[in-house]
Design a protein around this ligand. Structure first.
Ligand SMILES: NC(=O)c1ccc[n+]([C@@H]2O[C@H](COP(=O)([O-])OP(=O)(O)OC[C@H]3O[C@@H](n4cnc5c(N)ncnc54)[C@H](OP(=O)(O)O)[C@@H]3O)[C@@H](O)[C@H]2O)c1
Length: 238
């Protein structure tokens, strides 16, 4: 039976790249966005895919939309936001929105997808898109980075609770060329990108290739891990 993959945050960016590659590799794709944006409509048509619309923080909407789906074998949690500000400028609202979406929203979606996954045949797979910042924080990113550290820790906990039926892994990208990166672009980030060992940002399709390996039948033994894909950014400090 064809495997079905739900990708949150697939209206653009890394989620969109994962959806496109999943379609090429023969999966049935379920797209997702917070709203039915023009890009999401275009993707639904292009990939001939099902879609669900919900804010990951709104549990009732998540329940309602997930109840329309008959099968989910693979869940990719890619929906997320980034707020880039020095610690002393971060407001209570900034902290809450980051954690609401990146941590509680991810847990919310996963909680309601796992029972559907358990009812499907074969090994389930969950991939959480974390960030290299979740392993090594940086100036101006403390809220975002600590939310991604929570995602990495949540990944190990879920891998333990859901074994042996469901494999749970995180992918920790470095700078990747999406709208999220463009929205935080600055001289400092330009310098950081130039200091990456491979001297460039990742293309979202490169993150997608790693994700597609982890959810494929080629992987039946990696679980509870955070796999770094950052062009050598995190080891460059010498
Ligand atoms: N880009 C990078 O350099 C980078 C590096 C490391 C990790 N990451 C992580 O990778 C993931 C994807 O990032 P990206 O660069 O692809 O970001 P992006 O281009 O900004 O896309 C974000 C996606 O998340 C969705 N989303 C945001 N808030 C949501 C909410 N409350 N409810 C439902 N959906 C929501 C958006 O949906 P709408 O379009 O409907 O708003 C969109 O589909 C994120 O978790 C991010 O933290 C990114």
């Amino acid at each position: 039976m064809t495997k079905k993959m739900l990708i949150t945050g697939s209206s653009r960016g890394i989620g969109e790249a994962i959806a496109r590659l999943a379609k090429v590799r023969g999966y049935d794709v379920i797209l997702h966005g917070r709203t039915l944006s023009p890009n999401l409509i275009k993707l639904v048509e292009e990939l001939e895919a099902e879609y669900v619309i919900f804010d990951v923080c709104k549990e009732e909407d998540v329940i309602q939309e997930i109840s329309r789906v008959d099968q989910i074998d693979i869940l990719i949690n890619s929906a997320g936001i980034n707020v880039s500000k020095p610690f002393e400028e971060l407001s209570d609202d900034d902290w809450r929105s980051i954690y609401d979406i990146n941590v509680f929203g991810l847990a919310n979606v996963t909680r309601h997808v796992v029972p559907v996954m358990r009812a499907s045949v074969g090994l389930g797979k969950i991939i959480n898109i974390a960030s290299i910042k979740g392993l090594y924080s940086s100036v101006g990113r403390v809220a975002y980075a600590s939310s991604k550290a929570a995602v990495i820790n949540l990944t190990t906990g879920l891998a333990k609770e859901l074994a042996p039926d469901i494999l749970v892994n995180a992918v920790a990208p470095g700078f990747t060329n999406t709208e999220m990166t463009k929205s935080t672009w600055s001289k400092r980030i330009k310098d950081q990108v130039e200091s990456i060992l491979l001297q460039r940002m990742a293309d979202p399709s490169e993150i997608a290739k790693l994700v597609l390996f982890l959810v494929s039948s080629e992987n039946e033994y990696i679980t509870g891990q955070a796999i770094v894909i950052d062009g050598g950014f995190s080891i460059k400090n010498d």
